[in-house]
Write a protein that binds this ligand. Structure first.
Ligand code: DX5
Ligand code: ZN
Length: 219
């Protein structure tokens, strides 16, 4: 399976455009596949980060694919902004909307990969029917409570990935939160094919090797 890595800019001083530009160029050279954007509204999670304008800025400064993770209430209200800028993946939280199916369909209709994220407390079976309906391209499994970078991986998240993999053939499974060189292998074995990381990538002494090791050997 071909493994991909999505570099989360959450741990950077992302409001400093020069810092952001440099970091994005570094991860691009080091072999990342996506830039991961944690959009937080101060409601779904208490933190507030950035919106589509920052994603647009990065878009103008990279060839990497854009992986948007919306941690917002009522994602319906902002989704058009990310469709317009032609993000490559748009993921919203199952817990944040009453009608995930319509939203997934709207994203898919624009030829953008449609993602559904679940927080640690949401069991895998909740998204089973949605996935089986064929509307989901990406399942994002949160392996920490949404909100901050640098948290510890919640045990049991890898088993959750395996459970989701059973009913999600041909779907990307993205794991987000506390991903490191120790748990990456297990996550890949359980069926994850996109690993998200902020701390492991940006704190690495050798970014290129770290990204390569997160991807592992193709099998
Ligand atoms: C957490 C975010 C993650 C975060 C990961 O709320 O969704 O994307 O940036 O950070 P690390 O890799 O440091 O756990
Ligand atoms: Zn994220």
């Amino acid at each position: 399976m071909f493994q991909r890595v999505s570099a989360s800019i959450l741990c950077l001083d992302y409001n400093n455009r020069e810092v952001l530009k440099q970091a994005v160029s570094d991860v691009e050279k080091a072999g990342a596949n996506f830039i991961h954007f944690d959009v937080m509204d101060g409601k779904f999670v208490s933190q507030k980060t950035f919106d589509h304008q920052l994603v647009n800025f990065v878009k103008d400064n990279t060839n990497l694919l854009l992986d948007v993770h919306l941690m917002v209430e009522n994602p319906e209200a902002v989704i058009d902004d990310y469709i317009k800028l032609e993000a490559d993946i748009i993921t919203f939280h199952y817990e944040a909307t009453k009608d995930p199916a319509s939203l997934l369909k709207k994203i898919k209709d624009k030829n953008i990969l449609a993602g559904i994220a679940i927080s640690p407390k949401t069991p895998a079976y909740k998204i089973r029917e949605l996935v089986k309906s064929g509307l989901v391209d990406v399942v994002l499994v949160m392996s920490v409570e949404p909100g901050n970078y640098g948290q510890s991986f919640i045990p049991g998240s890898a088993e959750k990935v395996a459970e989701i993999r059973e009913f999600s053939r041909g779907v990307y499974i993205e794991v987000d939160g506390g991903v490191n060189l120790k748990n990456a292998k297990l996550l890949r074995r359980m069926g994850s094919n996109i690993l998200v990381s902020a701390s492991t990538i940006f704190n690495a002494r050798n970014m290129k090797k770290t990204i390569k090791d997160l991807k592992g050997k193709p099998f």
